[in-house]
Design a protein around this ligand. Structure first.
Ligand SMILES: Cc1cc2nc3c(=O)[nH]c(=O)nc-3n(C[C@H](O)[C@H](O)[C@H](O)COP(=O)(O)OP(=O)(O)OC[C@H]3O[C@@H](n4cnc5c(N)ncnc54)[C@H](O)[C@@H]3O)c2cc1C
Length: 473
């Protein structure tokens, strides 16, 4: 029997449930760049996808197959391929985002009409999002009980599947060039992304190994400090499914036990807790799909957001005059990634200091992040903006100067991304305007630096944000 394995957000061989399930048959691996589904794919994600597909193609070739690549309507492509090559089954891994789900329901029905069966396999979550419920049978809206549910029901038994060793491919004549998808920009602005990252399953394995060797032990202490290698940087690999969440969790548990953790204790590792945040975001979007464009907390529907093109532009380009905010926004622009602590600071700055809606910030992130993920991003933005599930209260306005002093005390991270401030000492760098006389104006007048003065005053902005919040309280 012949089967198609349709790759989407699971660009790997290891622990790929659809591939394993199809492995009893002759397999045609297919990737369809669905022009409708991918219409909104951000620029950085397109770059990542190009290289990730190239790597998947290479791996499949080593196993004796060819990844057939096409663009167009997934249903049309699959129907044609299946009819042409007498294929009656399409294996794919389930998706959980609203668009992906709706697309797959239609796909299944449309192919069924032509006697092509779609076999849906385990998607890239540790647990199907329909399973966790509160004792009342309702969806969780608060993280801690959700996490406790995961500790007792999911994390103790996470079992990734080994990559099948006996894959039998059949190949078809197809124009299987990744470049035919036109994913790379015509003006090559993506040099910084290529310098920072190597997409693909092989590198995902390497990054995970490196984190197990050196980052995991200090994760709890270092994870909030952007100048350190305190986090895993696995997010784009997890997003594109170049490594599975199962494989990551199992590797952490094994490493912790190797280092002496008592049986059962390793699942409490703080890093695994973050993986559960990832699960929580997908879970929330599965149950509350309207939160893509509406605040989870309905009282924010009337929040008096403001819009100012100049301020938004300054934020996007890292020209706000607040060094930590600017360092983060420039890191994002250059590499397609930003540290989680800094994501929180820049998102708070946009939604509270500038009163610009979280949706504007979320859209910018979706375009510029290599790990742009509709669930994580929506939850992250709503959480910081104060309108999300289990969110930080709106009145908790991050002070970008104190955050900078606390989490980048020596200014190492700032100096890396804001070259104008390279000569500033650790104590001066958080408030560069105070270098000479303590007034912001002096710095600008002196002409000694091209770094901008703050676009808003922290205290004034904070008061304005709280006044806006008072209107909907
Ligand atoms: C405003 C905002 C927007 C965000 N947008 C995205 C996004 O588009 N894509 C994305 O993957 N993450 C997003 N995050 C979550 C988080 O910032 C990133 O997952 C993290 O910075 C990725 O780096 P890492 O892999 O080194 O994380 P690590 O600390 O090493 O964590 C390991 C993994 O756990 C998951 N994780 C960690 N923190 C979170 C979190 N707070 N929420 C959900 N999952 C988490 C990620 O999959 C991550 O790769 C956003 C956070 C905020 C505040």
């Amino acid at each position: 029997m012949r089967s198609v394995v349709l790759f989407r957000n699971d660009l790997r061989i290891d622990d790929n449930a659809a591939l394993t399930a199809a492995s009893q048959s002759k397999i045609l691996p297919v990737f369809v760049f669905d022009t409708e589904a991918f219409a909104e794919l951000g620029g950085a994600s397109r770059v990542w996808l190009h290289y990730s597909l190239t790597e998947l193609q290479r791996r499949i070739k080593l196993l004796g197959g060819t990844l057939a690549i096409a663009s167009g309507d997934t249903y049309q492509v699959l129907r044609e391929v299946c009819e042409q090559h007498e294929i009656s089954r399409v294996f794919l891994n389930e998706r959980f985002d609203p668009k992906g789900r709706a697309h797959d329901v239609q796909l299944k029905q449309a192919l069924q009409v032509h006697n092509i069966t779609v076999v849906e396999c385990r998607g890239n979550m540790l647990c199907h999002p329909s399973k966790p419920t509160t004792s009342q049978g309702t969806p969780f809206k608060v993280f801690t009980p959700f996490y406790k549910w995961y500790l007792s029901e999911v994390l103790a038994d996470v079992r990734p599947e080994e990559a099948p060793t006996n894959l039998d491919f059949f190949n078809v004549d197809s124009r299987s060039e990744v470049s035919s998808l036109g994913l790379l920009p015509s003006i090559p602005w993506h040099k910084g992304i290529l310098q920072a990252w190597t997409p693909g399953e092989k590198q995902a394995d390497f990054i995970l190994e490196r984190f197990l060797d050196s980052g995991l032990r200090y994760y709890k202490e270092n994870r909030d400090f952007p100048a350190t290698d305190g986090v895993s940087t696995l997010s784009p690999y997890l997003h594109f499914g170049e490594v599975s969440a199962q494989r990551v969790v199992q590797s952490i548990v094994e490493e912790e036990e190797r280092m002496g953790a008592e049986p059962g204790a390793a699942i409490h590792n703080p890093f695994i807790r973050q993986i559960v945040w990832r699960e929580f975001s997908k879970y929330l979007l599965f149950h509350f799909p309207n939160t893509l464009s509406q605040p989870f907390n309905a009282s924010f529907a009337d929040f008096p957001w403001q819009y100012n093109d100049d301020l938004f532009h300054a934020w996007k380009r890292g020209l706000t005059g607040y060094p930590l905010v600017d360092a983060g926004m420039r890191e994002l622009w250059t590499t397609g990634w930003m540290h989680n602590r800094v994501r929180m600071v820049v998102a708070s700055f946009l939604t509270k200091h500038l009163l610009i809606s979280w949706e504007m910030g979320a859209a910018w992130f979706m375009d510029t992040l290599v790990d742009a993920d509709i669930a994580n991003n929506t939850m992250g933005w709503q959480w910081v903006a104060g309108c999300g599930a289990d969110a930080a209260p709106y009145f908790r306005v991050f002070n970008p100067i104190l955050q900078s002093k606390k989490f980048d005390p020596d200014g190492e991270y700032i100096r890396r991304w804001v070259p104008e401030l390279r000569t500033f000492s650790g104590s001066e760098i958080h408030e560069p305007w105070s270098r000479q006389t303590g007034t912001r104006k002096t710095l600008i007048d002196s002409g000694s630096a091209t770094y901008p003065s703050p676009i808003v005053d922290h205290k004034e902005a904070r008061n304005r944000a709280l006044a806006a919040y008072d209107q909907i309280k």
